[in-house]
Design a protein around this ligand. Structure first.
Ligand SMILES: [Fe+2]
Ligand SMILES: [Fe+2]
Length: 251
């Protein structure tokens, strides 16, 4: 059984130094790897990136992350990725990585993702150039997720890690008017086309924890305000998903 800890939207600021790390104190007792679903900072500054890197540095289990929209706010996303990589966090954007846990190979494919909406209530590449550019980005990020998942097809378990939501079930609780800015159905199509054991996202602080893609892949919203703990642990056993609740020391 593989134990995957996941959290999104930790939104650390400079003044958060020293507040998140204690919450990871027992991480290695509960999980084999940690996945972070973006919005690690508040405004995406390098100072915040350094604070996040400090909190996550040299954890005892493999850590994979995607960035979220907040991490792009100051146009320092590349610097933040480098800061995190220097701290031992593998940052994924349209690519994938594998790690070996015991006899099992885990593939993690990551993209930030983007908005666009959900069937019957979505944008399309039509009309103004601005609308075309919006939906082109949605399509491109979904294509990148598809290719990243295909690259880990040989893994025993594969996980799609995103910031934006692939389905609207995990948005329930948010105002439906903003669903098109919270996720896009094209991400779910990518997950279903390539296949994945589990899809994780954040971004929707007011959303719901559980959903499923049309093809049957479980989707979990791991934004901190949704999971209401420092991380949620998912146990994957021969493609069956169980959710274990481990409370961290600092709550
Ligand atoms: Fe967020
Ligand atoms: Fe976000």
């Amino acid at each position: 059984m593989i134990r995957i800890a996941a959290a999104g939207d930790i939104h650390l600021g400079v003044e958060s130094a020293g507040t998140y790390r204690p919450r990871l104190e027992h991480l290695a007792e509960h999980a084999d790897l940690l996945l972070l679903a973006g919005d690690l900072t508040r405004r995406g500054t390098e100072e915040e990136g350094a604070a996040v890197a400090e909190e996550l540095a040299d954890l005892p289990i493999p850590v994979f992350a995607v960035l979220g929209n907040h991490d792009y706010e100051s146009d320092r996303d590349e610097s933040i990725s480098k800061q995190l990589e220097s701290a031992g966090v593998r940052v994924l954007e349209g690519d994938s990585a594998t790690c070996r846990i015991g006899e099992c190979t885990i593939g993690v494919a990551g993209v930030k993702g983007f908005g666009g909406g959900f069937p019957g209530k979505c944008g399309s590449r039509f009309g103004e150039p601005e609308m075309k550019a919006f939906m082109r980005h949605s399509e491109e990020t979904a294509d990148r997720l598809n290719r990243a998942l295909e690259a880990v097809e040989g893994a025993d378990l594969s996980i799609a890690l995103m910031h934006y939501a692939p389905v609207d079930e995990t948005l329930q609780g948010e105002h439906c008017e903003i669903y098109p800015f919270l996720g896009c159905y094209l991400l779910a199509e990518a997950v279903d086309t390539a296949g994945a054991s589990l899809a994780l996202h954040g971004h929707a602080h007011g959303g719901s924890p559980r959903g499923v893609t049309p093809g049957g892949t479980p989707v979990r919203n791991v934004a901190l305000p949704v999971i209401r703990r420092s991380y949620q642990v998912f146990c994957l056993d021969e493609h069956r998903l169980q959710e274990a609740v481990f409370e961290d020391g600092a709550g």
